[in-house]
Write a protein that binds this ligand. Structure first.
Ligand code: GLU
Length: 425
């Protein structure tokens, strides 16, 4: 048995797809699922690679590489974000697409898993260049996406405006308005109220359940949130409104800290006004890494992947971790948290409010009928509680981590669908 001093027998430089496969194997070990189905699920159904030429503002042309990975669509169309980030690569898209399969399944949403992105730093693009890139990308992706086939959504580096350009370009080519081709659009063109806030809101709803499970009173709970973008800011504000004390939040430039609790509604989010988090007049400032190791009750990593690693996992002092970002915990860190008895509430459940409201948006688009914000938030809460209870039921009957429990719920549903449909021909 590993002592707290031992080094786990895992590669630190694991790719997203390796991590996703490892998580699949762990869940499969608890279930009696046909090995053929598991083997199918280790692989994406397809991965598409495109080159996207874009005219820069100075008249020169740049060619960007883009990917769209399709993991599994046994339960419905592929669904997942489209990110603009310099670190995008094929392996990462496949891993993230696999996570979308489990995320949709754990929520019992009739979608499969997809993910894509462009290898570009959006900060290097002007607004006009970003628009041209997005429109041309929509054209390149057109053969492999569609409202009944694969429905992209915002992710790192993309936002409602990106989705609006994408939907417009796709619709112009189709010759009809197709709001259901992407979700996360502005409400004026078929976007859902509450979609932008949904991933952070679901992190808040799930954290509330976790506190209840561990008999913790929100009023006596301290929270640190790494990343004060759309997910982190909305999660922090939800928990602040619940009475918790959000003592630290951060953006890329650093963290702010107030042991008495920050007024999270007064701190402008990174998306709302970049630079305003670290520029806020707080009692103390910290480096991002210091935020992660604060002695708080709940730590919410809500920025990027792989921030909790073998390097820092032993220094984490939080009692509970709730994953706001996709894949913030490496396998090594996961193993250390298991040894230390720190519960980690997985991303595929915690931030699944995003894809859940994306599903609501898709329904609204298909029905050409808008829901009120109250209805969206009410139905989101119902779905989050349903999924939380399904995960909790597995957690309580098996000796597994919360992550394993969520994967078991998801894999059971996906495997059952594969079993029922069978292999064609
Ligand atoms: N990019 C988001 C995620 O990782 C949303 C996906 C969607 O709404 O399709 O969950």
């Amino acid at each position: 048995m590993a002592s707290t001093q031992s080094t786990p027998d895992l590669e630190e430089e694991e790719t997203a797809v390796e991590t996703a496969r490892r998580q699949l194997e762990r869940a499969a070990a608890h279930l009696d699922v046909d090995e053929g189905v598991i083997e199918r699920l280790r692989h994406p159904k397809s991965v598409h690679r495109f080159t996207v030429p874009v005219e820069r503002d100075d008249g020169t042309m740049e060619v960007y590489t883009a990917y769209r990975a399709h993991h599994d669509n046994v339960r419905g169309p592929y669904k997942g974000g489209l990110r603009y980030h310099p670190g995008v690569n094929e392996e990462e898209c496949v891993g993230l697409a696999m996570w979308m399969t489990w995320k949709c399944a754990v929520m019992d949403i009739p979608f499969g898993g997809g993910k894509g992105g462009v290898v570009v730093d959006p900060k290097d693009l002007s607004g006009d260049e970003k628009e041209r890139l997005t429109r041309r990308l929509a054209q390149e992706l057109r053969p492999v996406i569609g409202p009944m086939n694969d429905i992209p959504a915002p992710d790192m580096g993309t936002d409602p405006q990106t989705m609006a350009w994408f939907m417009d370009a796709y619709s112009m080519q189709e010759g009809e308005t197709c709001p259901g081709v992407v979700t996360g659009k502005p409400p004026s063109i078929g976007g859902s109220y509450g979609r932008e806030e949904a991933p952070g809101r679901s992190v808040g709803i799930v954290t509330e359940q976790v506190l209840e499970h561990y008999d913790m009173d929100p009023a006596d709970t301290t929270v640190a949130v790494q990343g004060f973008g759309s997910v982190g800011a909305n999660a922090a504000r939800y928990l602040d409104d619940l009475g918790a004390s959000v003592v630290a939040v951060s953006d890329v430039d650093g963290a702010i800290y107030d042991p008495d609790g920050l007024d999270t509604n007064d701190v402008e989010g990174h998306d709302e006004r970049p630079g305003m988090v670290s520029g806020y007049d707080a009692p103390e400032t910290l480096a991002n890494e210091e935020l992660l190791t604060l002695d708080v009750d709940v730590l919410i990593p809500a920025a990027i992947g792989n921030v909790l690693t073998g390097e820092n996992a032993r220094d984490i002092q939080a009692d509970i971790i709730v994953e706001g970002a996709n894949g913030p915990t490496t396998s090594t860190a996961d193993q250390i948290f298991e040894e230390k008895g720190i519960p980690v509430i997985p991303d595929i459940l915690a931030n699944a409010g995003g894809v859940t409201v994306s599903y609501f948006e898709w329904l609204q688009d298909i029905n050409r009928r808008k829901w009120t914000l109250e209805r969206v938030n009410e139905e989101l809460e119902t779905e989050m509680l349903r999924a939380w209870n399904a995960m909790k039921a597995e957690y309580e009957v098996r000796d597994v981590t919360w992550r394993d429990a969520a994967y078991i719920v998801a894999l059971k549903r996906v495997a059952e669908a594969h079993g029922a449909r069978g292999l064609w021909p």
